[in-house]
Design a protein around this ligand. Structure first.
Ligand code: ASP
Length: 301
């Protein structure tokens, strides 16, 4: 593995190997020196809190020098392209680029143009891929439900159409052989491009939640949406919001996940987001460990 651009098509053994290594980092506090002396850069052309901060922390825990490219104060404001930016940073000796971009495929295009010794890590491109989110979600599920994904019933609920998280979760769930993947949302927010071909698709959230082991809820991606895809936030919440009452349909020990940032009271109520079934902050904690595993794999000595 030279870059991490997508989880699509990754062999099960590769995914499991990364999860095992991430679990080791999660269980082992303190610092490591796999990236000692290497320079990495977070190159984010879209906002981020969790992904960027956890990549920074993960790089630091591995001993790397971490540069943070801030689009608002950089020469990108003068029109410098992402490619020229990367080439200039490569010239300074940066070996790893953690890139978030609003365009689908933008990170893969940078990878094609990079020097042979450079590694690209996709931190989210458009609606296409967010591979480290997919991995941290699998680590969180595995900790809560064990490693036999074939027995798991998982519901992904919400704005799947605009969600790179949903796509990467689907790639990872498939790689791990998940038994029952249900996808639920209004027709206007579900992709019709074949992405969901092997999933049980429904527009009825009560049906989707029936007996599931985990509910993965998604943010409404209003920044990627044309107007009119949802009638109103209230209406969306009424039909698709995850409430404590709805959750009673799931298995008694079902867990709830959300990649953040949460629109509280829209996708999920405060009661569920902050309640005993919520793994939302566990996902965030696992983000650091997973990103350490990926950085070590791509850039470690
Ligand atoms: N933080 C995730 C992402 O960047 C999820 C979201 O924004 O809804 O895709």
């Amino acid at each position: 593995m030279h870059h991490l651009l997508t989880l699509d098509g990754l062999p099960r053994a590769t995914v499991v190997g990364l999860l095992d290594r991430a679990q080791h980092f999660a269980d082992t506090p303190g610092d490591f020196d796999a990236l000692r002396g290497a320079a990495v850069c977070t190159l984010f052309f879209e906002p981020s809190t969790r992904t960027r901060m956890s990549f920074q922390l993960a790089s630091q825990r591995l001993g790397a020098h971490v540069l943070n490219f801030d689009v608002s104060t950089s020469s990108a404001r003068k029109g410098e392209t992402a490619l020229d930016t990367m080439r200039n940073l490569e010239a300074m000796g940066v070996r790893g680029f953690i890139v978030r971009h609003h365009d689908d495929g933008a990170v893969a295009r940078l990878a094609d143009a990079a020097r042979p010794e450079t590694a690209l890590l996709n931190a989210g491109d458009g609606r296409s891929n967010h591979p480290t989110q997919g991995l941290l979600d699998m680590l969180t599920l595995r900790q809560a439900k064990g490693d036999d994904f074939s027995r798991m019933r998982i519901a992904i609920v919400g704005d799947v159409k605009h969600s790179r998280v949903a796509r990467s979760d689907l790639h990872a769930l498939r790689a791990l052989g998940t038994g029952d993947i249900r996808v639920c949302g209004p027709a206007s927010l579900l992709p019709d491009d074949g992405t969901l071909a092997d999933c049980n698709v429904t527009h009825d959230v009560d049906e989707a939640l029936d007996g599931v082991d985990a509910v993965m809820t998604l943010r409404l991606q209003r920044e990627r949406m044309e107007d009119g895809l949802v009638d109103s936030l209230e209406d969306y919440h009424r039909h698709y919001g995850i409430t404590a009452e709805r959750l009673r349909r799931a298995a008694p020990d079902a867990v709830v996940m959300h990649p953040g940032p949460i629109n509280r009271g829209v996708e999920i109520t405060d009661e569920v987001a902050d309640g005993p079934r919520s793994l939302i902050l566990r996902q965030v904690a696992n983000g650091v460990a997973v990103r350490m595993a990926v950085l070590e794999r791509l850039l470690g000595r």
